[in-house]
Design a protein around this ligand. Structure first.
Ligand SMILES: *Cc1c(COP(=O)(O)O)cnc(C)c1O
Length: 387
């Protein structure tokens, strides 16, 4: 560990800020014609909002992206002054604070434009707005039918001087399969929306469509700005295409713990709630102080991988709220193992430890969910540079 003086923690998520900086630099090199917006929503996918954002900026992210205004306001309170876009709003959101804090705002619908305009009038500032078109995800964004009217609405407010229509953007549904025809259909719909906006008189500074997967695999869709999230944290959004290293990415999070107990039990011992695991022979069990209260998925019972003192094991029995059990079975060095020994739940995978992708495959989810769900009880510790 990096700092011999720091207190021993039962568990920690160690975040390598050098990895985040390097990942953003790799993304810049992969998308040389575009700027990079590092998406830091959801506490930077569990990595810690402010330190991760600072590392992304240091790696060359000229933009940051958040889902919720509160996340953007926290970044401003931390001293961040660069371009920053927030996109998921509800009526009554504090757009006045957002405009005052110089946060770019996405609008899907007329109500959002009207609330942003009111905030701009009350602050005496010009709001910067990105209009979102739904090109086929059927989630956020105006439909093609609503688009012309939304653009005209924004241009009327722009003529009044209360807002600048600086961006037009959309989001992909199926970019994790780079050649999926849905992506090409969405790209065509995006082009059509850009053409309509141009005809109505819009001259946006940035057009943006690409998430991590498209940033890595679809250079034709980079436009002026790419919006990677997962790749910033060094994980691959296209595990079938390649692991992170293939794209110059390094996983930033290592989830570590220390064994809190090691003990011998006889054959036939039922382990953890409901005894879904029963020891087949006399064996040694170890207790790891992480459970579903910390974001270890409960679905990982009897399938989640762990590395205990250098060797791979699988969780024995159900995941409890605060802890899981590992059967150290017949490993040759079992007599030397003791409470305090190191556990790596997942990490970069360079020393034989499982990766977040291994966890995703073990419980049939995506690695996004594995890292993002690590709970607030697990302290984030930072290595690899100034925080
Ligand atoms: C989360 C998100 C991203 C980043 O997606 P990744 O797959 O993590 O790169 C980009 N754009 C929008 C709108 C998002 O919600």
């Amino acid at each position: 560990m990096s700092d011999a003086n720091r207190p021993v923690l039962p568990a920690e998520a160690e975040i390598d800020l050098a990895a985040i900086r390097g990942n953003v630099a790799s993304l810049r090199a992969l998308a040389p014609s575009a700027e990079v917006m590092a998406v830091v929503k959801a506490d930077a996918y569990g990595h810690g909002l402010v330190p991760s954002a600072q590392a992304a900026r240091a790696g060359g992210a000229t933009w940051l992206g958040v889902a919720q205004l509160a996340e953007g306001l926290r970044l401003r309170a931390s001293g961040d002054t660069g371009r920053l876009l927030s996109w998921l709003h509800v009526p009554g959101d504090d757009f006045t604070a957002a405009v005052a804090a110089d946060i770019d705002l996405s609008a899907n619908a007329p109500w959002a434009l009207d609330e942003i305009a009111a905030a701009a009038r009350s602050t005496g500032r010009t709001a910067r707005v990105h209009l979102k078109i739904d090109t086929g995800l059927s989630r956020g964004g105006a439909t093609a039918d609503e688009w012309t009217e939304l653009v005209d609405h924004a241009l009327r407010l722009q003529a009044e001087g209360v807002l600048d229509l600086v961006g037009i953007w959309s989001h992909l549904a199926w970019a994790d399969d780079p050649r999926h025809p849905t992506t090409d259909r969405q790209a065509a719909a995006f082009e059509a929306a850009l053409a309509v906006a141009h005809d109505r008189g819009a001259r946006p500074q940035v057009r943006h469509l690409a998430n991590s997967a498209a940033a890595l695999t679809r250079p034709d869709l980079h436009y002026d700005l790419v919006r990677p999230g997962l790749a910033v944290y060094g994980l691959s959004p296209v595990p079938d295409v390649g692991p992170p290293a293939d794209f110059g990415l390094r996983p930033a999070m290592t989830l570590r713990a220390r064994l809190s107990l090691v003990k011998r039990v006889p054959a036939g011992s039922g382990v953890a709630y409901g005894h879904t695991y029963v020891t087949e022979r006399d064996t040694t069990l170890a207790l790891v102080p992480l459970g579903y209260g910390d974001g270890i998925p409960r679905a990982a019972g009897n399938v989640g991988p762990l590395q205990v003192a250098g060797r791979r094991h699988v969780i024995a029995g159900r995941v409890s709220m605060d802890q899981v059990v590992v059967d150290l079975d017949d490993r040759p060095d079992v007599a030397e193992l003791a409470a305090g020994d190191p556990v790596v739940v997942f990490g970069a995978g360079c020393d034989g430890e499982p990766t977040a992708q291994d966890w995703a495959e073990a419980i049939d989810t995506i690695c996004y969910e594995i890292v993002t769900r690590i709970g607030s009880r697990v302290p984030r510790t930072y290595v690899g540079g100034a925080v």
